[in-house]
Design a binder for this molecule. Structure first.
Ligand code: FES
Length: 56
């Protein structure tokens, strides 16, 4: 549950789920703003979108 999703920023799946549940993130851009995941190479975008889909 706490695997690293964004290697560039060291953001875990749990941190992304928390941002969705507690900070109201609904899009990849929201996640970028709140967690800084996805702000470097963008390679984690698909994984983050999958987490948004399965969490919302
Ligand atoms: S792995 Fe997330 S920005 Fe590079």
């Amino acid at each position: 549950m706490s695997e690293i999703i964004c290697n560039c920023m060291g953001i875990t799946k749990q941190e992304i789920v928390d941002a969705i549940k507690n900070e109201g993130c609904k899009t990849f851009e929201d996640i970028q703003k709140v967690t800084e995941a996805g702000t470097v190479c963008g390679g984690c975008e698909d994984d983050i979108n999958d987490i948004i889909k399965e969490t919302l």
